[in-house]
Design a protein around this ligand. Sequence first.
Ligand code: GDP
Ligand code: MG
Length: 199
Amino acid sequence: MKDQDDGSRVLKAVLIGDGAVGKTSIRRNYLGEDFLEGHLATIGVDLATKRVLFDQEVVKFILWDLAGQPTFEKVRGHYYHGSNGIILVYSVVNRDSFDNASKWFVEAYRNMGTLPPTVIVANKIDLLPGADASKVVTTEEGKAFTKYFIDKLEVPAVFIETSAKTGENIQDTFTHLLKMMSQAEQDDESGIFQGDPGI
Ligand SMILES: Nc1nc2c(ncn2[C@@H]2O[C@H](COP(=O)(O)OP(=O)(O)O)[C@@H](O)[C@H]2O)c(=O)[nH]1
Ligand SMILES: [Mg+2]
């Protein structure tokens, strides 16, 4: 897709996951904004745009930060359409948010059909020292979930552990996503089918 203003390539992604897992903080950190301790629930949707240099080309990257509350499902529906990437976030110190991760994929699938490249983000790793072990989601669980998702849905996906508070791996999250999104778009345009053709 092209930007109407200057004709540059546009890539869009959605941030999804339960409320309070750190979606808005991840977006803010990525954009170089300060970390906020308090949680102000996102109402409906927030939009961030950034121009990124990619493959020696300036690309307009649009990031939809969707409210996690179930009541906003209708609103979210619109933003899934036309997105080329997904960032699904859960908190490593909130097991419920991990258990709900598959529900978020179901919602995305319902709205998008075939899923675009996805980064599965295990956020708040700075809170792991001293956290209640019964609530902690381990690295192995996150990787197993990602593998299951890749195998089952044949979607390009990566797993990454982050802290929006310290900034650890936040830039990498977006680098991975943009790389996969760009690759997927090129594959589409070239008509090359990368999956197993079954021959
Ligand atoms: N310690 C820590 N707190 C975080 C992190 N990310 C977000 N938070 C806090 O978690 C709460 C919810 O964050 P927010 O970004 O609003 O979550 P959202 O509802 O998913 O957008 C806020 O109090 C943030 O300060 C993190 O990586 N580490
Ligand atoms: Mg938010």
